[in-house]
Write a protein that binds this ligand. Sequence first.
Ligand SMILES: Cc1cc2nc3c(=O)[nH]c(=O)nc-3n(C[C@H](O)[C@H](O)[C@H](O)COP(=O)(O)O)c2cc1C
Length: 206
Amino acid sequence: MKIDPATLDRKSAHDVMVGVALPRPIAFISTAGENGIYNLAPYSFFIPLSAKPAIVGVGIGRKRDGSKKDTLVNIEFSRDFVINVVTESLAEAMNQTSGEYPPEVDEFQVAKLTPEKADLVKAPMVAESPVRMECRLLQILEYGEFPSIHNFVIGEVIRVHVKDEFWADGEIQSSRLKTIGRMGGDSYCRMTNIFEMKRPVIPPKK
Ligand SMILES: Cc1cc2nc3c(=O)[nH]c(=O)nc-3n(C[C@H](O)[C@H](O)[C@H](O)COP(=O)(O)O)c2cc1C
């Protein structure tokens, strides 16, 4: 099978592209709107791009009618956002917030999650998430043609909040976090069956 994504309709292209990177981490993004209403939604076209500077990227598509998703509208307004890590215990709440609610709906209330004031940005953090990243907007790129436009939002992580029980020896204890990953369709995976590999030392030690 050979596929040229540009020749596919929006849904088929989406199905192909969610199958090429598995599993994907989920950025549970909280933002504050111009109307003062908080917004929360999951985004799995998400990747940390570099460590120092600490840069992250998120791909935000359009609503079915081609209009901007609330997360993008809010980021354009406040120029900041928070990425909350999604654990197994937050999975159901995260899924609830992925509905296409109108901008006046506060998805913290929909998902029964608690907004917590961030230190440096206007966007609130999800109190229940063990790791939260306060991000400052750096750049928004735009690709595609209406209604199939995609924006790539690039941000700098300016503060990371890690709950004490998940921090030891100068690192986040990632295996304790029980994060979930997004597969294709409606499938997710758990962080079980982790294995380690030592990287080669070149030239090899004698
Ligand atoms: C696990 C998961 C991952 C998602 N990833 C993305 C994504 O990367 N980009 C995107 O545009 N929509 C993604 N969505 C869909 C959005 O969450 C959905 O369109 C949501 O209504 C957007 O909300 P907002 O308008 O409040 O920003 C995802 C949904 C789920 C359940």
